[in-house]
Design a protein around this ligand. Structure first.
Ligand SMILES: Cc1cc2nc3c(=O)[nH]c(=O)nc-3n(C[C@H](O)[C@H](O)[C@H](O)COP(=O)(O)O)c2cc1C
Length: 325
């Protein structure tokens, strides 16, 4: 599969853009474990245009994480176009447009998935952004606004006509938010439309190597994208890419090895922010990790972990969990 001139091989596995999760350190970690493409969290076009410092910093990328995409969102054609030009100066490999965010503060204001209710505007934004930059532009969206408006098959063609280089489909509607199951049959319909030539990246609920394989085999997608399955488990990219390339399940990664990865995440997070904010930031990963499931006193340990306020305290808890301790 190719996005523009970027060749991603036979079974590309993307890291999904996730607000407050896909920071530079996490992206690099996922990349090293085998993610084919990583993406920033969504970046507000309005804030970019206003040159808000915190927002501009979201454009910081490193060569080691390439190919990397920067994702923008917004509902104004002019701001999105201007933001695209600003993003291009940060030299990402891909510019992704978010037409899928369902949260009220975004979709309710007509941006993100809100544009599924204003397709002409969505297409105008897409055309304008594609025309404004030289790097490949991709779009990430959902099946439609709600059950009665699953427009994705037709919409995919129209987005293709705007000149995008690939399309990511999250198999839910806006109304579903993150509930229910992603409906991959719709993703399959998009992919199997003979008029659609651009690559389709399927997204939603992939949490295992076998699950990823099934998405390629049953629905014919060109790539898969993993989001929540990587939180607290960035090594999922190692497991998935190994299985896709060899057809064999990777030998189990030791508890100690996985714990070391989590330690690294804590250290990276604290280095990027500061001890207090870094620990708060990484709690989501510690809460989600499958690593501690099944250990004795799981509940108490989890509570203690999520209450820890210093790296020392956290690492002492980790140490107490190692099988040799
Ligand atoms: C915490 C969180 C933050 C997210 N932020 C974004 C975002 O910034 N841009 C975006 O396109 N999708 C965002 N998403 C949606 C994911 O990219 C993905 O489409 C969704 O989680 C479904 O994939 P999954 O089942 O593999 O998690 C976010 C999801 C989560 C859980």
């Amino acid at each position: 599969m190719k996005i523009g001139t970027i060749d991603l091989g036979r079974f590309p596995v993307f890291l999904a853009p996730m607000e407050d999760v896909t920071d530079p350190a996490f992206r690099l970690m996922c990349k090293r474990f085998g993610a084919s493409v990583v993406c920033t969290e969504f970046v507000s076009s309005d804030a970019l245009v206003r040159a808000v410092n915190k927002t501009r910093r979201k454009l910081e990328i490193s060569d080691e994480e390439r190919p990397v995409a920067v994702q923008i969102y917004g509902k104004e054609v002019d701001a999105m176009t201007a933001a695209a030009r600003i993003v291009e100066q940060a030299r990402p490999d891909i510019l992704d447009i978010n037409f899928g965010c369902p949260v009220r503060k975004v979709a309710g204001k007509g941006a993100g998935a809100g544009l599924l209710r204003d397709i002409p505007r969505m297409l105008e934004i897409t055309r304008s952004v594609v025309d404004a930059v030289k790097i490949p532009v991709t779009v990430k969206t959902r099946l439609g606004w709600d059950d009665d408006s699953k427009v994705i098959v037709d919409l995919a063609e129209r987005l293709q006509d705007c000149g995008i280089a690939a399309l990511t489909v999250h198999g839910r509607t806006r109304a579903q938010l993150y509930t229910g199951r992603a409906d991959w049959t719709w993703i399959g319909r998009v992919k199997n439309n003979p008029r659609l030539h651009i690559p389709v990246i399927g997204n939603g609920d992939i949490t295992s190597p076998q699950g990823a394989r099934e998405c390629f085999d049953r629905y014919g997608v060109d790539a898969v994208m993993i989001g929540r399955g990587s939180i607290g488990r960035p090594w999922i990219f190692k497991e998935v890419s190994h299985y896709l390339e060899t057809g064999e399940v990777l030998a189990p990664l030791s508890f100690e090895w996985q714990l070391d990865v989590l330690r690294r995440e804590v250290i990276d997070s604290v280095a990027r922010l500061d001890e207090r904010r870094g620990i708060i930031h990484i709690r989501r990963h510690l809460a989600a990790t499958p690593l501690f499931k099944g250990i004795p006193n799981f509940r108490e340990v989890r509570i203690a972990m999520l209450r820890a306020e210093s790296v020392g305290e956290l690492f002492r808890i980790f140490q107490s969990l190692t099988p040799t301790a």
